[in-house]
Design a protein around this ligand. Structure first.
Ligand code: PLP
Length: 245
């Protein structure tokens, strides 16, 4: 088991260093980029190992949110992790409205808002609980039909409409870029998100700073940082390959 621990440390250190190098190359402050470890399909033991290795690499032993994309997995994992372990969960990606009531009490952030029906459901549940939730709007920047997210040409109006929901603390935007060896196509997805964020920022009445840009995964995070990502969501490069679901 301890032979695995060194491998985790090594992977985490490498990702940490690559983020630093990407920030430096882009002339950006390293503190501008948050690393969100994506733990879907990995065990609670693996999450603890990555959490410890990240604390060591970053020198920050504070709470950290791990990205998950299945409600049932969040339910199972939160049941096994004590609150004082410093491990929180963010739901990344699509959420079905019938799972809102279950998942909302278990997460600190949601990166994947893509319908007003879902916004209304979240708002209702949050009002019941007397709390707010940090939210990012998922935008389908590649236009691929298989991808979730608000269509790029509808995203501005969608974001405007969110001002009606006081429990949703909308922080910014999230996207999954096209998976392609062609860097220009990937970069075009990132630039589309930056452009949308800049247009939203020009509308002060929208009641959000629209500062967050969550983009970049294991295969494309240095490019995303070069294009302005403020959060990178990294699974495989930290945890190793995911087991089959
Ligand atoms: C799985 C997933 C990631 C992480 O993917 P890796 O390629 O393993 O880094 C990031 N974002 C979303 C939305 C995901 O579902």
């Amino acid at each position: 088991m301890d032979e695995g621990e060194d491998a985790v440390r090594e992977r985490v250190r490498r990702v940490w260093d690559r983020i630093g190098a990407a920030c430096e190359a882009a002339g950006r402050d390293r503190d501008e980029v948050r690393l969100m470890p994506v733990s879907k399909l990995h065990t609670v033991q693996e999450i603890r190992a990555v959490h410890a290795a990240l604390a060591e690499a970053s020198g920050d032993a504070g709470r950290r949110a791990f990205g998950e994309n299945r409600v049932q997995e969040i339910v199972a994992k939160t049941g096994q992790i004590a609150p004082d372990e410093g491990i929180d969960f963010t739901l990344i990606g699509h959420l079905q409205t019938n799972k809102v009531n279950t998942v909302v009490p278990l997460i600190t952030e949601f990166q994947g808002l893509d319908s007003l029906r879902l916004a209304a459901r979240l708002d209702r549940r949050l009002t019941e609980l007397g709390r707010t939730l940090d939210v990012l709007v998922e935008v389908n920047t590649s236009g691929e039909p298989a991808k979730h997210g608000v269509a790029l040409d509808e995203a501005f109006g969608f974001c405007e409409a969110l001002a009606d929901y006081e429990t949703l603390d909308v922080k910014g935007l999230m996207t999954v870029a096209v998976n392609s060896p062609d860097e220009q196509r990937v970069a075009a997805c990132f630039d589309a998100l930056v452009d949308l964020r800049d247009r939203l920022r020009g509308q002060a009445m929208l009641g959000s700073t629209w500062c967050e840009l969550s983009m970049g995964m294991s295969g494309d995070f240095p490019l995303a940082i070069a294009h302005g990502a403020t959060t990178v969501r990294i699974g495989t490069a930290l945890f190793g390959p995911r087991p089959a679901p």
